[in-house]
Write a protein that binds this ligand. Structure first.
Ligand code: ZN
Length: 184
């Protein structure tokens, strides 16, 4: 299962892996990312909007990793999250689409950043669906990619097989090294 807020935090990973740059500062990458979540924006994000996204990512990252490590979440961080949401106002409209009546929510103040709203809403979904405890991070210290742990007892440690085999080899080598030291 994937949550926008989690994949959004994971975008930071690309600063230190694969493309070694900040996806949020790359016009094409940021568009591709949000389009893959069915969020399309008409024009490129302005620098101040990107700064808002970077701040939001830091904040969500802090909350999610604290929770993964069973540390207490700083309640002030929730206040900050709620502050982001304070500027959103919606109205409900009825529309006729694809042969059926639908009730849709329409933003009444178009100046606010819809992307921020969607990301935080996805975090709220994670909490209200009681799935926050399913989110964990890869225990390869060079990775830390966040994932949704579907295992029965929430015991998954690695983001993928690459990290798993890498860490197993490292563990084996350390073991070998310590037993060799023992022999000396
Ligand atoms: Zn990993």
């Amino acid at each position: 299962m994937k949550y926008l807020c989690i994949e959004f935090i994971n975008t930071e990973w690309y600063n230190f892996h694969e493309m070694f740059k900040e996806p949020l500062k790359d016009e094409k990458l940021i568009l591709d990312f949000f389009n893959s979540w069915n969020i399309d924006f008409k024009k490129p994000l302005q620098n101040n909007q990107i700064e808002i996204l970077l701040d939001l990512r830091d904040l969500l990252k802090k909350i999610i990793y604290s929770n993964c490590k069973n540390e207490k979440i700083d309640l002030n961080d929730f206040r900050l999250i709620n502050n982001y949401m304070a500027s959103y106002e919606f109205k409900k409209n009825i529309v006729f689409e694809n042969g059926e009546y639908n009730i849709i929510e329409v933003l009444t103040n178009s100046y606010v950043n819809l992307v921020v709203y969607k990301i935080i809403s996805s975090f709220f979904d994670l909490v209200s669906e009681n799935k926050l405890s399913r989110i964990n991070y890869c225990k390869n210290p060079d990775c830390n990619w966040l994932f949704y742990d579907e295992s029965k007892n929430k015991t998954r440690k690695w983001c993928d097989n690459t990290c798993a085999s890498l860490m197993k080899v490292r563990k084996y080598r350390n073991k070998l090294k310590s037993s060799n030291n023992h022999l000396l």
